[in-house]
Design a protein around this ligand. Structure first.
Ligand SMILES: C[S@@+](CC[C@H](N)C(=O)[O-])C[C@H]1O[C@@H](n2cnc3c(N)ncnc32)[C@H](O)[C@@H]1O
Length: 349
């Protein structure tokens, strides 16, 4: 990471080992260029003051299936849209660019850092965007309050942004040792520590079986219970690795599915998705398009089932008969896109 100043004397950082592209996929260089160092510091707890190398994670989340989302949502000038998971704003930026900024948007995220980053990144379109920190489970209320009922486009890009996985404060990854938290919103009352240490055996088994789809849920729950108290992500990853000693496939870390399961439980991700999608289908205008990108089969099943039900009931058209998936080129550039599935539905009446 090297420290530079732009022509206005603003401090910014570049990783000399990375090439930066100038399109919406890789705005890192341009984005950091426009950020005053105080803003970077505020967002990342002034970590850069102590260690500039820690800014490596400022390479923002690459928006997944970007061209597909833009072409299927097909934004037209003066339309309105809700981005229910604005993240660091990659998709929303591309949709604004497509219409030369002639959209009105409601941008929602339950994570305050995501929202701050999106606000900075989208600052040139700020007068057309209302930013709200909320859970999309409350989409209808948020949309009503912001005056965004009857909208032409709604986007859900589910899950977690790549920088959130690397954020030690969130404790989402076994790759970094961190306290067991996993809440995407500081407002959430349940942490991963509670699930891991306080859940009874039946509940812990249920979480690992249903949300991790782990065949060995009983053995894993047993190892966790016997190792209590467990304080950190690394301790948890080690316990799960021991439980799965002989059977885990070499390709993925043995704790991957258990971490996913606990994150889903902590953030109540699946019930939020059901609520959010139902609200979205209600508040779409006639002719409106709803796009959802999911990253695992539990999410995709919910989207698929709800879209098929709506189609059968009538008044909706599936714009993706089969879900769209990233091309091998996209997966090569952005490996974390590999499990993505995009489904889009249009409201006809
Ligand atoms: C994959 S990222 C979105 C990336 C974004 N499309 C972009 O281009 O930068 C998912 C975002 O959804 C947010 N999120 C996850 N669950 C949410 C929920 N229930 N309500 C609101 N935001 C949520 C996360 O905090 C994260 O910022």
């Amino acid at each position: 990471m090297t420290e530079n100043k732009n022509k206005n004397g603003v401090l910014y950082f570049l990783n000399p080992n990375k090439k930066f592209r100038s399109d919406s996929f890789g705005l890192t260089a341009r984005f950091l260029d426009i950020l005053p160092k105080e803003e970077v510091g505020k967002i990342f707890n002034n970590q850069y003051m102590e260690n500039k190398n820690s800014l490596a994670h400022l390479e923002f989340h690459k928006p997944v299936l970007l061209n597909e989302v833009v072409s299927l949502l097909a934004p037209q000038a003066n339309e309105r849209l809700i981005d229910a998971t604005v993240g660091t704003g990659g998709h929303l930026l591309a949709l604004f660019e497509k219409t030369a900024g002639r959209l009105k948007a409601l941008a929602i995220d339950k994570n305050s850092r995501s929202l701050k980053l999106a606000q900075l990144r989208l600052s040139r379109f700020a007068k057309n965007i209302v930013f709200v920190r909320e859970d999309f489970a409350n989409l209808k209320t948020v949309a009503r309050r912001a005056g965004f009922l009857e909208v032409e486009m709604i986007l859900f890009d589910l899950g977690v942004a790549s920088w959130q996985f690397q954020d030690e404060n969130l404790g989402l990854s076994f790759a970094k040792d961190a306290p067991l938290d996993m809440r995407l919103s500081e407002k959430g009352s349940k942490t991963a520590f509670v699930v891991v240490n306080n859940y009874n055996r039946a509940d812990l088994e249920r979480v690992i079986r249903e949300y991790g789809e782990e065949k060995e849920y009983k053995k894993i729950a047993d190892f966790i219970i016997r190792a209590r108290p467990i304080y950190s992500t690394k301790e948890l990853a080690d316990v799960v690795t021991k439980a799965k000693k002989e059977t885990f496939p070499k390709k993925i870390h043995p704790a991957t599915k258990v971490f996913q399961a606990i994150r889903i439980e902590v953030n109540e991700e699946l019930s939020a998705l059901e609520e959010g999608l139902k609200a979205a289908l209600e508040i779409l205008a006639t002719g409106g398009r709803l796009a959802v990108i999911s990253y695992h089969s539990l999410e995709d099943r919910i989207v698929k089932r709800l879209f098929l039900t709506k189609k059968r009931e009538g008044g909706f058209l599936l714009l993706t008969k089969k879900p769209l998936q990233p091309t091998p080129q996209e997966v090569y550039i952005n490996p974390s896109s590999r499990s993505a599935k995009l489904r889009v539905i249009k409201k006809l009446t």
